[in-house]
Ligand binder design. Structure first.
Ligand SMILES: [Zn+2]
Length: 116
């Protein structure tokens, strides 16, 4: 007995729908694995730009941001400062390396805890 036409059409439509859903799920899970997120994280009185892929792969920008205005500090002579009017946020260029290392250490700990 031959299969009715409506049954064949229904089977084809169901197969298409199944493939479509599988592709959608695959794409969304694939995206979460490759996506790099950028965040401004507070540490040592500044905010630091972190680009995070996962707990084993992340980077922190060496120039911090003003914690009040979310602006990247700009170098004037030997000092990095916020460009917003009347903002006193600044750091000596000579101190920046130590602050960066301390901040990175805190950020690394937070990322490790968050993604484990
Ligand atoms: Zn500022």
């Amino acid at each position: 007995m031959p299969t009715p036409l409506w049954a064949t059409i229904a089977a084809v439509l169901a197969a298409c729908l199944y493939t479509h859903i599988r592709m959608k799920l695959f794409r969304s899970s694939d995206k979460s694995h490759t996506e790099i997120i950028t965040k401004l994280l507070p540490a040592e009185g500044f905010k630091w730009e972190a680009r995070i892929k996962n707990k084993a792969l992340f980077g922190v920008s060496e120039i911090p941001f003003c914690r009040h205005h979310d602006l990247r500090l700009i170098k004037f002579n030997d000092t990095y400062g916020c460009t917003e009017n009347n903002c006193k946020t600044s750091i000596e260029a000579a101190d920046l390396k130590v602050f960066y290392q301390v901040a990175t250490s805190y950020i690394e700990r937070d990322i490790r805890n968050k993604y484990s």
